[in-house]
Design a protein around this ligand. Structure first.
Ligand SMILES: Cc1ncc(C[n+]2csc(CCOP(=O)(O)OP(=O)(O)O)c2C)c(N)n1
Ligand code: SF4
Length: 268
């Protein structure tokens, strides 16, 4: 199947601003799906609301465009009913960790076999640049014109601590690795989280004087490094990318099936 066959061309042109990284995530996702040869009917993409969540609308799978922050709850319902399907959840950082924070930590804890792609642009893009739990202390946003005093979450640490069995970080600068890590996440049996660092030049970039889109992309290159690199030892401020957690853990749907079988036998 060609990449084009997975796209709903009738919904184009897309809504994203020039330089937005979300299109690169869409590209990485499609390359991973195409490489794995997943059939359109075997994949369900569930999203909430946000610029990032629009990905679900542009792709020709079974898609649910649900409520802001609630995508993982809907996705869990789909997966529990049809565990044989691949379930992917593209999310914004606000969607995943502000309004959806509770769903996020419990999805990690339960280890349901689905993949959450958290597009971290450190801002609420769709609604006009409010700060998110990922913006970070000292940044500026439309709702923090003098300075944001909220500390940020680290998505990787949070997902790992909450129990996700696959946790990774990628960037939209490193496109090849992005597709590879998404594929590894989809193949993993359990709840997978991939944080993707991606620019919102329109709100985060402009407000925080990050320069042009190219400057923002350059920063993704120069401020990140592979896990455990020598560069990290020399400069601890670098952000690591790669796979942080990959472990075997009972998967929720499989465990639930065992309970159904026990109940059918009538044994307590
Ligand atoms: C229940 C609810 N609350 C608030 C909103 C408004 N809203 C829509 S998208 C959004 C934030 C989007 O930010 P993020 O999830 O980080 O994605 P981005 O647009 O940056 O990709 C908000 C607050 C909504 N649609 N529904
Ligand atoms: S507002 Fe930001 S996140 Fe939304 S499309 Fe524009 S650049 Fe992308």
């Amino acid at each position: 199947m060609a990449l084009r066959d997975y796209i709903r061309e009738r919904f184009f042109p897309h809504i994203w601003c020039p330089g937005c990284g979300h299109g690169i995530v869409l590209n990485g996702l499609l390359r991973a799906i195409e490489h794995m040869g997943i059939k359109k009917n075997d994949l369900v993409m569930v999203s909430g609301i946000g610029c990032s969540s629009r990905i679900a609308g542009y792709l020709d799978f079974h898609t649910l465009h649900t409520l802001h922050g609630r995508a993982l709850a809907f996705a869990a319902g789909v997966k529990m009913c049809r565990p044989e399907l691949t379930v992917l959840v593209p999310m914004g950082d606000g969607d995943a960790l502000a309004i959806g924070g509770n769903h996020f930590i419990h999805a990690c804890r339960r280890n349901i076999d689905m993949t959450a792609i958290v597009m971290n642009n450190r801002v609420y893009g769709m609604t006009g640049g409010q700060f998110s739990p990922l913006s970070g202390y000292g940044t500026v946003a439309t709702t923090a014109p003098y300075m944001n005093i909220d500390q940020d979450f680290d998505v990787v640490e949070m997902a790992s601590a909450a129990g996700a069995s696959f946790v990774a970080r990628a960037t939209v600068y490193h496109v090849q690795q992005l597709a590879e890590v998404i594929e590894e996440a989809i193949r993993h049996k359990g709840f997978s989280v991939v944080e993707v660092m991606t620019p919102c030049p329109t709100y985060f970039g402009r407000k925080n004087k990050e320069g042009s889109v190219l400057d923002m992309m350059e920063k993704l290159k120069s401020k990140t490094t592979p896990i455990g690199s020598k560069a990290k030892q020399e400069d601890p401020s670098l952000i690591e990318r790669g796979v942080f957690v990959k472990k075997e853990k009972p998967e929720y749907c499989a465990e639930y099936q065992k309970i159904i079988e026990r109940a059918m036998k009538g044994s307590g």
